[in-house]
Design a protein. Structure first.
Length: 128
């Protein structure tokens, strides 16, 4: 199989995470009063199951080019738990109009298909 066009190097991934920790992670820790998680894990089977679900539901809606948008979120704080960060996946559908004139990231969310969460996050966070 050919490597996907949008792959980045391990070195670039490390630089990007280091930059996030340096510029955002410290501010979040200062504001929340604790270090938050910053890495999340899905099994390939879970991801594939969800991608297949979105593809099938989208096809039933006549959506030819569905996508997935990743959102940052946070769980509510409780007496027992800190409000750690999470990530959820939201289905998208192609923007109306001419495909060649639509921007890649302008596809709207498809609110007729449920988002996916319930993931495992690393604690303490694992550096890449």
């Amino acid at each position: 199989m050919k490597k996907p066009k949008k792959c980045i190097s391990v070195e670039e991934a490390r630089k990007e995470q280091d930059e996030w920790v340096r510029t955002r992670g410290k501010e979040i820790q200062r504001g929340q009063g604790y270090e938050d998680t910053r890495e999340f894990w899905y099994s390939l089977d879970e991801l594939q199951e969800y991608l297949d679900y979105v593809r099938e539901k989208s096809k039933g809606q006549g959506v030819e080019k569905p996508g997935i948008r990743f959102y940052l979120g946070a769980y509510p704080k409780t007496k027992e738990k800190k409000g750690y960060a999470t990530v959820f996946l939201a289905p998208t559908k192609e923007a109306p109009g001419e495909p060649e004139s639509a921007e890649e990231d302008s596809d709207p969310n498809n609110y007729e298909i449920e988002p996916m969460n319930i993931i495992t996050s690393g604690w303490p966070p694992t550096n890449y």
